[in-house]
Design a protein around this ligand. Structure first.
Ligand code: ZN
Length: 289
């Protein structure tokens, strides 16, 4: 346990406390994606000095979700990849789980019924996996699901280039459900949480910002899929509108740096969450957990 004036960190439990909130980094196991796809225009000659990769050129990645409990609420930002893929797809994506998201949530001391708010950064399959279970019922039966309207429309009718990223059997239970709360851009959900529309990666990609009063903790989704992608001009090959990612990311990183935010990455297997520092003009994410 390390102490700091405004927050405490328990590295082994992937647990941070701040402002009366408990934040748990809860994962849905690991998977692998092609390094070139993840790094877009950044050449392998550069990214191979940062990342480990397998014989198929795939990076070792995780699925990092954030559970935040406090003020009578239990929030969950992102829901992993779920358990709906057949063996062929599991092999393509190299999915491995010692524990799944629900087991990690249980380890943190919570049941699916305890979750009051689910806030997916977007609805690609590696973020929307546990919105519903394999029987098609909402996994978190008492939660409100906060999704950007533009993301929901895309998920129901995806652009052909992204039809393999949006899988209806991951979220069909939200259709016509009172549990679905559609958001329209930057919105305040309550006195703790707000979302910021950051598009770029997908039409309705949002980041989830928890303001505890003492510390701000934000899940950056695929704006910072990997810790290295806190560099303002590094984008992911899967980004729908990469220039927009750079446009939104630049002031956002400055805000997070100035505010001393704790930033959660969506897929970094080693640096799940950290704080930004500037080294020779570039942002780096210094690991907390
Ligand atoms: Zn992702």
């Amino acid at each position: 346990m390390t102490e700091s004036p405004s927050f405490t960190v328990n590295k082994s439990r992937l647990h941070i406390t701040a402002g009366g909130f408990d934040f748990y980094l809860v994962r849905d196991g690991y998977y692998r994606l092609d390094g070139g796809s993840m790094y877009g225009m950044v050449p392998k000659a550069i990214w191979e000095t940062i990342e480990k990769y397998d014989e198929k050129n795939r990076l070792y990645m995780g699925m990092n979700c954030l559970l935040a409990a406090g003020r009578g609420k239990v929030y969950l930002a992102d829901t992993g990849i779920g358990d709906k893929f057949d063996e062929k797809r599991k092999a393509i994506y190299g999915i491995e789980k010692e524990k799944n998201l629900l087991e990690e949530i249980a380890d943190a001391g919570f049941k699916p019924e305890d979750i009051t708010d689910v806030i997916p950064t977007h609805l690609h399959f590696d973020h929307a996996g546990w919105i519903q279970d394999n029987e098609g019922k909402l996994t978190f039966p008492n939660a409100v699901y906060h999704v950007q309207k533009t993301e929901w429309e895309e998920a129901l009718n995806p652009h052909p280039r992204f039809k393999d990223s949006y899988l209806m059997n991951f979220y069909s239970a939200l259709k016509d459900s009172p549990a679905l709360h559609l958001l329209d851009g930057d919105e305040v959900i309550d006195n703790t949480v707000r979302v910021k529309l950051t598009a770029g990666h997908s039409k309705g990609h949002q980041i989830v910002i928890f303001e505890t009063g003492e510390k701000t903790v934000a899940h950056f989704g695929d704006i910072a899929a990997l810790a290295s992608q806190v560099r303002t001009n590094w984008t992911c090959g899967f980004d729908r509108f990469p220039e927009e990612t750079v446009t939104v990311k630049t002031p956002l990183l400055e805000e997070a740096f100035e505010g001393g935010w704790i930033v959660v990455t969506a897929h970094d297997r080693t640096i799940h969450a950290g704080q930004l520092e500037k080294v020779r003009g570039n942002f780096h994410l210094k690991k907390l957990i």
